[in-house]
Design a protein around this ligand. Structure first.
Ligand code: GDP
Length: 444
């Protein structure tokens, strides 16, 4: 899976990263090609649109980092948007409930439910040390319960004894009682499938859900079915409610569209992917790893991340040096605000600046809170470079212009200037003294 898409995208990015400078038209052309490649891979149209819009917006707003090429920046942005589209972080199976924790598998016939039930059970036993009981609730297919029992013996996981003629709801009840009585941690419920969704199937799933109260309801769906897989997930979620998705046959030569669209369309996380018939062929779904597999650009992504981190360090170092000299103009404040946004607040950035920890309380008392960073930076960005270096020249008419340019009120501009003055005074007191400032003391 993903090979076709991966080949196309790496072709597009090779072209892009080989160029030194990039025009807007180059980026637009590359994005058109990305769009086409995603559509050909059978990614849902809405998802493709959101994807390319998001890349475009981020590319326009991105600070170009020294030492990486614009093409490399674009690759990194595409990577980040893809990771986001895939769900950002891995979402493992959640067992955080009072035992026995019920995990219910639903899906169409042949999707791989029974196989997946045994794979999950094996994993929970081996990696998490859980005692697992499996039960097949499929009374339609004569051999279904026996099939699960065979797989159970193979992976050395217990299965509920077969009582001929019992209906699915009764089996579910018996599974729960047995698990409780015999001290199992987890009960895996493998439900019956159909060739297509119908009302009796949904009704049966709803009844089982009502008696078993599963902590996880996972849809097992064949990735090779493409867009149908996404529609199926929507249907099941509407009727039964899903907590996650397991994609099977990711080892096949499908185009990958289902994997890419699933999270964005259904809002449900892909928790696991099955990659073969063997009992070990089950992996946690990691958005980072899959994006890397699709884009094949892990090295560039790592390079850009490293360069960006280095730039932050340099900027912090420069700021620290200026502060140590008692210098702190509005440009310095704007730089700090932008660093703070990135690092996630004053606490973070202050940790980067040597000897400044002691200032934290004073700055907090100057009434600066995280939410104001963006607004304040916008105000400073509406000033000319000269104004940023010499705030003293900011008289009424300039303030009005700045307020209008940043969508702020003149009072807000005044407030910012006052805060800046307080901070600059503080910096002067710390750094300006001849070896006797706070900075010197903090360094001792
Ligand atoms: P169920 O009807 O949903 O319970 O489906 P089964 O578990 O019986 O699986 C149907 C067939 O698909 C079996 O032959 C499995 O070995 C096969 N299968 C299941 N998962 C995968 C997978 O991830 N990759 C491949 N290649 N085959 C799979």
């Amino acid at each position: 899976m993903f090979e076709g898409l991966s080949d196309k995208l790496s072709g597009i990015f090779d072209k892009l990263t080989r160029r030194g400078a990039l025009s807007e038209a180059d980026v637009a052309e590359a994005l058109r090609e990305v769009r086409r490649a995603l559509l050909e891979a059978d990614v849902a149209l809405d998802v493709v649109r959101t994807f390319t819009d998001s890349v475009q917006a981020k590319a326009v707003g991105a600070n170009v980092v020294k030492s990486v090429s614009p093409g490399q920046m674009v690759v990194k942005i595409v990577n980040d948007v893809m990771v986001e589209t895939l769900g950002s972080t891995a979402q493992p199976i959640d067992l955080d409930a009072a035992p026995p924790v019920a995990i219910m598998l639903v899906g169409l016939q042949g999707a791989g439910k029974t196989t997946t039930a045994a794979k999950i059970a094996k994993r929970l036993k081996e990696r998490h040390g859980k005692r697992v009981l499996m039960a097949s609730l499929d009374v339609k297919r004569p051999a279904a319960q026996e099939q699960l029992a065979i797989l159970g013996r193979q992976v050395e996981v217990d299965t509920l004894s077969i009582v001929p003629g019992q209906d699915p709801v009764k089996i579910a009840k018996r599974a729960e009682e047995t698990a409780r009585r015999e001290g199992y941690d987890v009960v895996m419920l493998d439900t019956a499938g159909r060739t297509h969704i119908d009302e009796p199937l949904m009704e049966e799933m709803a009844q089982i859900k009502a008696v078993s109260k599963p902590h996880e309801i996972l849809l097992v769906v064949d990735a090779l079915t493409g867009q149908d897989a996404v529609n199926l997930a929507k249907n099941f979620d509407d009727r039964v409610g899903l907590t996650g998705i397991v994609l099977t046959r990711v080892d096949g030569d499908g185009r990958g569209g289902a994997a890419l669209s699933m999270r964005a369309v259904t809002g449900k996380p892909i928790k696991l992917i099955a990659t073969g018939e063997k009992m070990d062929a089950l992996d946690e779904f990691s958005p980072q790893r899959i994006a890397n597999r699709i884009l094949g650009m892990g090295d560039i992504v790592a390079l850009v991340e490293k360069a960006a981190a280095a730039v932050d360090q340099e900027q912090a170092q420069r700021a620290a040096e200026r502060m140590a000299k008692g210098k702190f103009d509005l440009q310095d404040l704007a730089d700090q605000l932008s660093m703070m946004e990135k690092v996630g607040g004053f606490g973070g950035i202050m940790g980067l600046l040597p000897g400044v920890a002691k200032m934290k309380e004073q700055i907090a008392s100057a009434n600066i809170d995280d939410k104001m960073f963006k607004r304040q930076r916008a105000i400073i960005l509406s000033m000319t470079p000269k104004e940023r270096r010499n705030p003293d020249i900011l008289k009424a008419s300039r303030k009005r212009r700045i307020a209008a340019g940043s969508g702020a009120k003149v009072e807000e501009v005044n407030k910012l200037l006052k805060q800046h003055r307080q901070m600059a005074d503080m910096m002067k007191a710390m750094g300006g003294g001849k070896g006797g400032g706070m900075m010197a003391k903090a360094a001792q």
